[in-house]
Design a protein around this ligand. Structure first.
Ligand code: RIB
Ligand code: CA
Length: 312
C-alpha cells in the first residue's frame, strides 16, 4: 500500500518532537513537509527546532517551512515555562545545518494542496492552528483537497491546561481553531481527555533511553525535561505525550476510542476564550463535525513509540 501523504504543522516543543520522530520513522507515512508555527516558543525557535529534530532523525532532506509568527487576531502566548527557553530543552541538540525552505508555510500549504488530487493529503496540526486557518481563508478551494485533519487540541471533561477551560493550542489562536473546526473538513481531535491518559511513566522513559541511540538518548532527555511541569501541576506519575497521539492514530487507530460530536470553539467570552464546547451527550441539535477521542491503549501507544524510535 502506498504511504499516506501527510503534512505536520507544529510548534516544537518536546512532545511535537516525539511526534515528528514517530512520523519520520514510519514508512506507512510520507511526510510531504513540516510547517512551523508560533506557539510553545516564537516562530524563530519552532522552525529551528523542527529542523533540529529532522536532523536528529537523519532526515535532513525533509521540507521544513516557517509559517505564521503570531495568531490571527490575538497576541502570541508562549509556554517557555513548560518547554524551556529554547522550546526543546532537555537534550543539547546542535544548531541545524539543513536548509529552511524559502517559501512561507502558508503559500506552500496552498500550492501543495491545490496541486494534489481531491482527498489525498492529511493535515496533522499539533500546535496553534494559525497556519492551517490562514491557508483556508486564503484559498478555500483547498478544502476538498484535504483527506482529513487530525489535530491535537481542546478538552472537555478534562477542562483546560492553560485556563480552566482552554487547552494551549486552541487558546493561543481560538479564531484559527474556529475556522478549522467550522471548515467542514473531516476532523479528528485529540483533546486533553485522551492525551492525559498517555502519561510518560519513568519506566517508559528509561526504556527509550536504553535504546542507546542518539534518538533514544535525546527523546528520553526531552521527555524527562518536559514531564516535570505536568507532574508538579497534576501530581501524576508522568507528563502527557500530547502530540504523538496524532501520529499514533494514523498508524494504529485501534489504539484510540471516541465518538462523533459537535464541537464549537468559544471566541466571544474572555472568561472561556478558546474553550472547545464538545456536545458529547448530543444534547443540542448541532450536527456532529468532529471525531473526538477520549480513550487510549497507553501501553500499545508506548510500545509503538518505542519500536519506531528504535528504527532511527
Ligand atoms: O496543550 C498541549 C499542546 O500545547 C501540545 O501541542 C504542546 O506541544 C503545546 O503545543
Ligand atoms: Ca505542540
Amino acid at each position: 500500500m502506498a504511504p499516506r501523504p501527510i503534512i505536520i504543522d507544529t510548534d516544537p516543543g518536546q512532545d511535537d518532537a516525539i511526534a515528528i520522530l514517530l512520523a519520520l520513522a514510519s514508512p506507512e507515512l510520507d511526510v510531504l513537509g513540516i510547517t512551523a508555527v508560533a506557539g510553545n516558543v516564537p516562530l524563530a525557535l519552532t522552525e529551528q527546532n523542527a529542523r533540529k529534530v529532522c536532523e536528529l532523525a537523519g532526515r535532513a532532506e525533509t521540507n521544513v517551512f516557517a509559517g505564521c509568527a503570531r495568531p490571527m487576531l490575538r497576541p502570541l502566548v508562549t509556554a517557555e515555562n513548560v518547554h524551556g527557553r529554547t522550546g526543546l530543552d532537555g537534550p543539547d541538540l546542535p544548531a541545524p545545518t539543513m536548509p529552511l525552505r524559502d517559501r512561507h508555510a502558508v503559500d506552500w500549504l496552498v500550492e501543495t494542496l491545490m496541486a494534489a488530487p481531491d482527498g489525498e493529503i492529511t493535515l496533522c496540526p499539533i500546535g496553534p492552528l494559525t497556519n492551517i486557518a490562514t491557508a483556508i481563508v486564503r484559498e478555500p478551494r483547498i478544502l476538498p483537497k484535504i483527506r482529513e485533519i487530525v489535530l491535537m487540541g481542546g478538552g472537555f471533561f478534562e477542562g483546560g491546561n492553560t485556563t480552566p477551560t482552554a487547552e494551549f493550542n486552541i487558546y493561543v489562536d481560538p479564531h484559527a481553531a474556529h475556522v478549522v473546526i467550522d471548515s467542514g473538513v473531516k476532523l479528528t481531535m485529540m483533546p486533553l481527555d485522551v492525551t492525559h491518559r498517555a502519561l510518560m511513566r519513568h519506566d517508559w522513559i528509561e526504556r527509550i533511553d536504553r535504546l542507546g541511540t542518539p534518538v533514544g538518548k535525546a527523546a528520553a532527555a526531552m521527555m524527562s525535561f518536559y514531564e516535570r511541569f505536568d507532574m508538579e501541576k497534576y501530581g501524576e506519575a508522568g507528563g502527557p505525550l500530547h502530540d504523538p497521539c496524532v501520529i499514533a492514530y494514523l498508524l494504529r487507530p485501534e489504539l484510540f476510542q471516541g465518538k462523533d460530536c459537535n464541537v464549537v470553539v468559544e471566541t466571544g467570552s474572555e472568561l472561556t476564550m478558546g474553550m472547545t464546547v464538545v456536545d458529547w451527550w448530543d444534547v443540542t441539535d448541532r450536527p456532529a463535525n468532529c471525531r473526538v477521542m477520549n480513550r487510549i491503549d497507553a501501553d500499545g501507544f508506548f510500545g509503538l513509540i518505542l519500536e519506531r524510535l528504535g528504527r532511527l
